[in-house]
Ligand binder design. Sequence first.
Ligand SMILES: Cc1cc2nc3c(=O)[nH]c(=O)nc-3n(C[C@H](O)[C@H](O)[C@H](O)COP(=O)(O)O)c2cc1C
Length: 317
Amino acid sequence: MSVEFCGITLAHPVINGSGTFDAIAARRAFGEALEQEFPFAVFVSKTITLRPREGNPPPRLWEAPAGLINSIGLPNRGLEGYLAEDLPVLARWLPVPLVTNVMGSTAAEISELVRACEEREEIAAIELNVSCPNVHTGLDIGADPRQLEEVVRAVRPLARKPLIVKLTPNTADVAACARAAQEGGADAVSLINTLRAMALAPRTAGRGSSERRSAAPGGGVDPSERDGASVNPSGRWLGGGTGGLSGPAIRTVALAQVAAAAARVEIPVIGMGGVQCAAHAQDLLDVGATLVAVGTESFREPLAGARIARGLASGRL
Ligand SMILES: Cc1cc2nc3c(=O)[nH]c(=O)nc-3n(C[C@H](O)[C@H](O)[C@H](O)COP(=O)(O)O)c2cc1C
């Protein structure tokens, strides 16, 4: 079942979705057994930003019907911390190629991240998360094909390593964005990231009550609206105001978007969104994906990736 991906030979086509599998914590929990049967053919890091981020205030999760809304807010040690602390640990034992996922809010920031990754031989490829508002326009960099192509074109010459662009599904025309990433010089695109979603705090006395339970202190208010008041006038549950929906609830959206993107590009496509079993992974491969990523399912079953890879190899779907 080995697969060629951007010049790298992978044991099988199943990888992890960024931010949904913490390899360092898993190694602590599973010990050396994790090295013998690492669940993914590649390990993709969570998103790294230039400076450290604390992430969003709690609550950060909401269970939706058949899915999960997260408003984690990309907490991470920042580039320097990642390179100094995480990378050496991963390089010591990770049995598969490492893809580092980065995000910046300007082309200059992204350039710095890409340059730094290019210098480290432990990193096999770079994934660029473009679900980030541009500081000047407020628009997600990846939501507008013109802006996306410009950014990719600007950073492309800074790396010889494969550059994967992780597209946002929160856009009018994802296929146009995939095409723009290719035109800008991306070696591959990955999709879908989470769909923007929101949840209101539960009502205190069941149906009929207009009162809503308040979320954790400071939570439930858009960061832009937060003014230090402890009230929760909007009734929003998540500390970040809105979050991203993932899991089975988005699988059919993912299938449609992966099919649309794959039809518009010649570069490889990494498909993800709601994959729980080999049949779901095969669906994404059937509409044109080269690799499939498993995200939310790994929270329920950390070795889901291995199960799905075995299922694909056996052909019994
Ligand atoms: C808790 C959580 C954290 C995530 N963190 C990141 C991240 O750091 N960077 C990123 O590009 N995508 C992130 N994602 C998106 C996933 O990689 C994936 O694109 C999405 O969840 C859809 O796949 P799934 O339905 O299999 O989870 C995150 C998703 C979840 C649920």
